[in-house]
Design a protein around this ligand. Structure first.
Ligand code: NAD
Ligand code: MLT
Length: 312
């Protein structure tokens, strides 16, 4: 039997699918301690993680490891290059939680435009601040999407009911593909200069680290909103702080350098800040768990899988 370690709270469908084949022993522990689980199971064949870091130290403690599966999209917490050097394939579950994030983006836009968070707290405290919470409407506004992959495309599709103008940029998407989901393909500077809302849907990597900095933020219109439900490292927080001194830009944030309790570095600049809830729906968790198990089984039966992210 091949051992599969799951050091995280993942929907039980992953364990059920793998166990049902009769080929895998699944060891699941919600305690989020992969180091401990690896130490107890050095003969593990595969691990399924969420944002648990998979470091060279962890990889070296699992000499028979062949697969690392990220039940989700962003794999920046996995040293995928080191895994490649050790002959280990890394996969994610592309699109598993795209709808969940797309819905979160729209929820954030509406909550911010109508001050829902503050208005709820104020009313619950017995105040009546109707004039203070005079909001704006999303309908007819311009929304810029940086990244037109699984999530960016779905944000465009889900916003269609609001009759917004959609601008977008993605290096691997063609003008015709963008047009197919009603997005006007343009350049990054135009997105930041012309959008009422800019939403980020790109991975964090060496090329995108602090991509959203002073130059792009300074292009934003007074009153425009930046939404980051992608990765914290993409936004230069000091640049947001600097631009906010002279412009009324708003910043809605869901992601952080570390998913943990404690005061966050964006507390003084975020107008709404959520605890990385983008993928936190039952549906997204179930999708990611099912895809992770199915991809391991596919890999074993065919020797490959389209979701491998570290081929080169
Ligand atoms: P995806 O791989 O389907 O799409 C990402 C797109 O970004 C790709 O099409 C790629 O070409 C494009 N891209 C890369 N660099 C770019 C750049 N400099 N400018 C413009 N486009 C660029 O991934 P996805 O499912 O859409 O997810 C996007 C990111 O969102 C993930 O990498 C992950 O970090 C993050 N994410 C966050 C949550 C959350 O809970 N907040 C959930 C899922 C994904
Ligand atoms: C992802 O990249 O899939 C998300 O950030 C999900 C998560 O880590 O909760």
């Amino acid at each position: 039997m091949k051992k599969v370690l799951i050091p995280t709270k993942l929907e039980k469908v992953a364990r059920e699918l793998l166990t049902a084949t009769g080929r895998y022993e699944v060891i699941q522990d919600d305690a989020e301690n992969l180091k401990k689980l690896a130490g107890e199971n050095p003969d593990a064949y595969a691990v399924i993680v969420r944002s648990n870091p998979v470091t060279p130290e962890i990889i070296d403690s699992l000499p028979r490891l062949k697969l690392i599966v990220r039940a989700g999209t962003g794999f920046n917490t996995i040293d995928s290059q080191y895994a490649r050097k050790k002959g280990i394939d890394v996969m994610n579950t592309p699109g598993a939680n795209a709808n969940a994030v797309a819905e979160e983006v729209i929820a954030l836009m509406l909550a911010d435009a109508r001050y829902l968070v503050r208005a709820e707290i104020s009313t619950r405290a017995g105040k009546w601040e109707k004039k203070r919470f005079m909001g704006r409407e999303i309908t007819g506004k311009t929304v810029g999407l940086l990244g037109l992959g699984n999530i960016g495309q779905l944000v465009a599709k889900r916003l269609s009911g609001f009759e917004v103008k959609l601008l977008g940029y993605d290096p691997i998407v063609t003008l015709e593909q963008a047009r197919a989901f009603n997005v006007e393909f343009t350049d990054v500077e135009t997105i930041f200069a012309q959008s009422d809302y800019v939403s980020l849907h790109i991975p964090e990597n060496a090329q995108t680290k602090k991509l959203v900095g002073l130059k792009l933020l300074s292009l934003m219109k007074d009153g425009a909103t930046l939404i980051n439900c992608a990765r914290a490292g993409i936004v230069d927080e000091d640049a947001v702080r600097e631009v906010k001194k002279s412009k009324k830009i708003r910043f809605l944030n869901d992601v952080y350098a570390k998913d943990a309790e404690g005061v966050k570095s964006v507390t003084d600049i975020a107008d709404i800040m959520l605890p990385h809830l983008g993928a936190s729906t039952v549906e997204a968790n179930t999708n990611a768990a099912r895809m992770a198990a199915e991809q391991i089984i596919e890999f074993d039966e065919t020797g490959t899988c389209s979701a491998i992210v570290n081929r080169a």
